[in-house]
Design a protein around this ligand. Structure first.
Ligand code: ADP
Ligand code: UVW
Ligand code: MG
Length: 394
């Protein structure tokens, strides 16, 4: 039987998974898939490396399929491969590693308890990430499980980029900017030398635009700043998260609307962003297909905020050499890429319309002082590599 590593990546609107063979030159994909569109019209599909569909299922919007039932469906699907593969370990994306975890960690009861404390800091993710780990630990306690953190890549940011202007005693409690989508940014930093060699050693802003969305400023592949902060609700407006918000708004909601912490949490994590502004959907595909002016307003705000944050991160880097688009929207929505690139013309980005329509990878003109790229992310491969490494550190 072939030895394999299973990777689980629970996002805010999806459960992604990949099965990698433990090959001598690194993890080799056998098949992958996802349940996407969670809490809406969910869709499961799994494909092998030849693009052959191994399984598919649709749920209606009324099913309100969440992470827990998506995971059960996945277990059912994976069961049919039991005789073919020997499972060595499971690698998990764990969104928050807090101040303690700057490396992937082989999970035991103690680490699980420490990660549990971070659940309130990532209410759309952490609980689901840990529930999957716990469920496996109960059924197969000997199976190694490795937590790979979305925050880890950012922990070496300059001190000022991590600091809130709060009293030192609060900062000392770990209330600082962490940044997320680190596995995605780490993957992009790793492939930049091949895809965009002229940019790899330079000042790059990577736009991870999915249901959760953030930007990362990188200098020579190192994270220098991120739009996300203490939690993954900061920065850009997202599918259902508000992004940057004047903290005075929170006080107003408490004092004037008598909202408590849970009601505010629901508002800023689940009812805002593209969904809140449009009143229609959190799904960019639906908004782009709609001719409702509220959909246009939500998309317009998304693009506008990205443009402002690119300016801010370019300032943090002292200039900009390249802009990279990745994740669901970044990889699949040429219209959004075009609007963001056109707004960044002032930085010296000359947009190439034909290349963008073709999906890139380069979507700026050959002579553009700032280059722009589309690079599909691969958080799962990053997790598989880290998991392998954690099993047998070299
Ligand atoms: N063809 C497409 N055009 C526009 N948006 C798309 C397309 N495909 C996926 N998306 C958007 O990508 C987002 C999901 O991105 P993804 O990175 O998979 O999310 P998650 O945050 O759950 O990991 C959704 O908003 C979806 O609408
Ligand atoms: C951190 C985060 O927002 O992740 P995702 O985009 O997968 O929801
Ligand atoms: Mg994601």
């Amino acid at each position: 039987m072939e030895k394999v590593i299973l990777v689980l990546n629970a996002g805010s609107s999806s459960l992604k998974f990949s099965l990698f063979a433990d090959a001598p030159d690194g993890p080799e994909l056998r098949f992958k898939g996802q349940v996407e569109g969670l809490y809406g019209a969910a869709h499961f599909v799994a494909v092998d490396t030849a693009g052959q569909t191994l399984g598919e299922r649709h749920w209606s919007e009324d099913d309100r399929l969440g992470q827990d039932r998506a995971a059960l469906h996945l277990v059912e699907f994976l069961r049919s491969f039991r005789d073919r593969y020997q499972l060595l370990a499971i690698g998990h994306r764990v969104v928050h590693g807090g101040p303690e975890f700057s490396q992937p960690a082989l999970i035991d009861g103690d680490i699980l308890a420490r990660l549990e404390k971070l659940v309130p800091l990532a209410p759309l993710h952490q609980g689901h990430n840990l529930a999957a780990i716990r469920a496996v630990a109960e059924r197969a306690p000997q199976l190694p499980q490795v937590a790979c953190f979305d925050t880890a890549f950012h922990r070496r940011q300059p001190e000022l980029a991590q600091l809130f202007a709060l009293p030192a005693a609060i900062t000392g409690r770990g209330v600082r900017r962490y940044g997320f989508h680190g596995l995605s940014y780490e993957y992009i930093a790793g492939v930049l030398p091949q895809v965009a060699p002229e940019a790899a050693d330079g000042r790059v802003v990577v736009a991870h635009l999915g249901n959760g969305a953030s930007l990362c400023a990188m200098a020579a592949g190192r994270s220098m700043a991120s739009t996300m902060g203490f939690t993954a609700v900061d920065g850009l407006p997202m599918g259902t998260r508000c992004g940057n918000l004047d903290p005075g708004v929170i006080l107003y909601l408490m004092d004037e609307l008598k909202m408590d912490a849970r009601a505010i949490e629901r508002l800023i994590y689940k009812e805002s962003g593209l969904l809140g502004v449009s009143g229609i959907s959190s799904d960019m595909r639906e908004l782009l297909a709609s001719d409702d002016p509220r959909a246009a307003l939500a998309v317009g705000l998304f693009v506008y905020r990205i443009g402002r944050e690119i300016g801010s991160l370019a300032a943090a880097l002292g200039g900009l050499d390249a802009l990279v688009f990745t994740a669901g929207i970044g990889e699949h929505a040429p219209e959004i890429r075009e609007r963001v690139c056109r707004d960044a013309a002032w930085l010296g980005l000359e947009f190439d319309e034909a290349a963008n329509a073709g999906g890139g990878p380069r979507i700026s003109t050959a002579s553009s002082p700032v280059s722009a790229w589309v690079i599909p992310t691969n958080e799962e491969l990053m997790i598989a590599r880290h998991t392998r490494q954690a099993l047998a550190p070299t």
